[in-house]
Design a protein around this ligand. Structure first.
Ligand SMILES: C[S@@+](CC[C@H](N)C(=O)[O-])C[C@H]1O[C@@H](n2cnc3c(N)ncnc32)[C@H](O)[C@@H]1O
Length: 258
């Protein structure tokens, strides 16, 4: 079987359909857990220029437009996703561009906020990406992203395709790099990084790390107590919020550190 990149997986008809069916199934952790945490870290977007890397069908982009962001630009490599995104954003200030994130040139100091939900673990070169984002942000601008949690990306043993997972194995945690796994009827390659690597990579390009969340399940979202209990066993998502310090902030922090 051919091993697919993320861009390919979300663009092929059967895997795109399988993924969207899972998202619409009513029990997707993205909707039940990750989105609430993401909203909390992102905060108010009113009047802001937002860039969304790996925007998918832009259902979240549409929400941000409805919440009053000044502009919204979604970027995604999948033509099937960008077609859906165009429909979701039709008649709004939102726009979408079909491109691989790696190939997309970002204008300097162009955005107040860069977001990315559940996409960076599909990308090989995190450092170059973060550096590109840092330059695309205005001073004091924010980056908020979520990824599949490193305790999941490290090792796929224990997962049986098509069954509710009840066994998780953490192994090779400190061996960063590609992982080929079976997912929704295909073989895909994702990239594992430890929590420390995400955190330190942000700092290495000059970000200040402001927030770390793990999308803690909330009882209010899980009427079924056994499903809540299952979701309390391991974290599924990691979220980080970071900002590009403006000059005054950076100087003040240096004074405090001295
Ligand atoms: C798990 S989906 C998340 C979509 C959306 N952010 C959401 O949360 O609903 C990951 C998205 O990343 C996109 N993607 C994966 N690799 C990409 C790449 N190299 N460049 C651009 N988009 C990519 C996929 O096409 C897909 O739409």
């Amino acid at each position: 079987m051919t091993v697919l990149t993320g861009a390919e997986f979300f663009d092929q008809a059967p895997t795109h359909a399988a993924y969207q069916a899972r998202r619409e199934g009513g029990d997707a952790p993205n909707e039940l857990m990750e989105q609430d945490a993401f909203d909390q870290v992102l905060g108010n977007v009113q009047g802001l220029n937002v860039l969304d890397l790996g925007c998918g069908d832009a259902r979240y982009g549409r929400l941000l437009v409805d919440r009053g962001c000044r502009s919204y630009l979604g970027v995604d490599a999948s033509g099937r996703m960008t077609q859906q995104a165009e429909r979701a954003l039709d008649g709004t200030c939102g726009r979408v561009i079909r491109s691989r994130i790696e190939d997309f040139a970002l204008a300097p100091a162009a955005f107040d906020v860069v977001i990315s939900r559940m996409t960076f673990h599909w990308l090989q070169d995190l450092h170059s990406l973060l550096d590109k984002i840092w330059h695309a942000l205005l001073p004091a601008g924010k980056l908020v992203f979520s990824v599949e949690h490193p305790v999941l990306t490290c090792c796929d043993a224990g997962r049986v395709e098509g069954q509710r997972r009840t066994c998780w194995v953490v192994d090779d945690y400190f061996v960063g790099g590609p992982r080929t796994v079976d997912w929704l009827g295909a073989q895909v390659v994702k990239y594992h990084r430890s929590v420390e690597e995400y955190f330190q990579s942000l700092r290495a390009v000059g970000f200040r790390v402001d927030e770390l969340r793990e999308a803690t399940p909330s009882a209010a979202r899980f009427p079924d107590a056994s499903e809540l209990r299952r979701r309390q066993r391991v974290p599924l998502m990691l979220l980080l919020g970071a900002s590009r310090p403006n000059v005054a902030q950076a100087q003040a922090e240096q004074v405090v550190a001295r």
